[in-house]
Structure formats: structure tokens, C-alpha cells
Design a protein around this ligand. Sequence first.
Ligand code: NCD
Length: 308
Amino acid sequence: MIKHVLKAQQFTPELMGIIFKRASELQIVVDDARRHQKLGNLLAGGMMFTIFYEPSTRTRISFAAAGQHLGMQVVNTENAREFSSAIKGETLEDTVRVLCEYRPDVIVIRHHENDAAERAAKVSSVPIINAGDGAGQHPTQALLDMYTIQKELGRSEDLHVVIGGDLKHGRTARSLSYLLAKFAGNTITYVSPKELKIGNDIKTHLKERGITFSESEDLKAVLPTADVVYWTRIQKERFDSSKLESTFILGKDELRLMKKKSILLHPLPRVDEISAEVDDDPRAAYFRQAGNGMFIRMALIEWCLGYL
Ligand code: NCD
């Protein structure tokens, strides 16, 4: 069976445990020159295609770097919406069928349509990794988010997680909700402008899993009990945001309300929803979080290719 990475729900706590353990091993190996050299033999001769129809810095480059650290060749198309045959009217399915003819071992796709990764997987003869599909999901981000939470706080359960920002269009908030729902005792508070609330599909899923959640527009009231504050930007490219009345900005005053042993995460890119004045606060973990992404993606590539 082909091991695709399509949505957060597919990852059990056991599988997350295996991937997180490997990611932390890889982090040590990459930083050790001699062991790193050997690591490069593992997938030598392997080939990864990264096809990005939407902009990306972290996901695209960390995937490419992940493949190269493992010794793979990486063929990369950015701005595939304009620079690939998509602009001539080719379907995603046809593109994927043709790419498979070139014998990659894995294809990483970011696309602007919600079901793109699943459609690609249906016609692909190699693993597809969903690197973000429209306002749908971003499973590799959610895994690196959970990995960061586990690493920073030492646990994945019994957490109060405040997730804020554009929860209607933000795929990272959606995917993370699915993963948080896999662990006992987690509670989620969603904080967003009223126009940008989390989707009913997520709420239904949480209810089915018995996960306690609430929605709030009162940021200051929810911060003092948060273990994790997960902040996201307004997804301006997905709707007309000019009429938005209010957004939430985290600065020093807000961080003062947070517990000493808590963390502030953000999938990045940040615009102005977290002010740079809090970057030096030890609880601001978003750059460490981004760094964890490459190791999680290395472990995921190994998993897709049957090495884990
Ligand atoms: C996120 C995405 O693409 O959904 N970025 C990322 O991969 N870290 C978040 C965003 O664009 O707001």
C-alpha cells in the first residue's frame, strides 16, 4: 500500500510517537558531521519532486533540505500555477500521472484547492505528501506543531490550547485541531473575529471525540490558563479582508498574562498579529517550531518510503 500524507486525521498517537522519535534522532544526526555523511547514503539515488501551486518559504525549502539531507535528488517547481502546464489548462490529475512517469520516489504538493492532495493520491503511483491544500489541511505543519508542543512542554495531553486568528481560512488551525483531538484531556479555546470562526466540520469532529472546546472574542480572559497559544495570520489571499472590524494582536501586555510555563506558537509567516517585541521572550517558540519542521519532514519522507 502506498503511504501518502494527506490529512492530519490519519496519524494515530502511536504513529506520531514513531515520527517524533525519529525526528529527534535526525536532529542529532544532522548536527554531527560524521553521522550526517552516513545519513546521506540512506536514500541516495532517491528522488523527490516538490510542486508548489501556492507561495511558500518554510514548507518548500524545509522539504527540499530534508530530501537533500537524506541524500535525495530534489526537483522543485515553485509558482506551479503559472509556470507549469496548469496555466494551459492541464488538470492536476494529468500532471501527477505524467510526473510519475519520471520515476520520483515521493511527490510533495501544495495546491490552492481543498481536495487537491486526495485527488493527486488517487492517480499517483508514488506517495503524495500534502504540503497544504487551499483552506483545507496542512498535516505536516500540524505534526511539527504537535512535535514542538511535546518537546517544549513534555506532553501532548491535558493541555489548554488557545488557537487564534483566521480560523475560517487557516488550514494549520484546522489540522492542529484534529491532532489535539487525538490526546486525552486537551481543551481548545478558539479566538477569532466573528467573521472568521472555525468551521462546523471541526466542531462536529471535536464533539464526536469528546474534546471540550469553546469560542471566545475575549483574548485577555483566556490567556491566563493557556498552556499553548497558537496564533495565525489573517489569510488575506483567500477573501476580501478590507471590511474586517477587528483582529487580535499579541504583544508584551498579552504575554504578561500568560503562564510562565507556556508557549506561544505561530506557523509563520507572521504579519503583525504578534509584535516583534515579544520575540526574545523564552515562551515565544515560533522560530524553534519552524526549525523542527525540517526534521519532521525528514522523518515523514522516511515513513512514506518504508524506512520507519
Ligand atoms: C502556513 C500555510 O501555508 O498554511 N504557512 C506555513 O506553511 N508555515 C500558514 C500561513 O500561510 O498563514
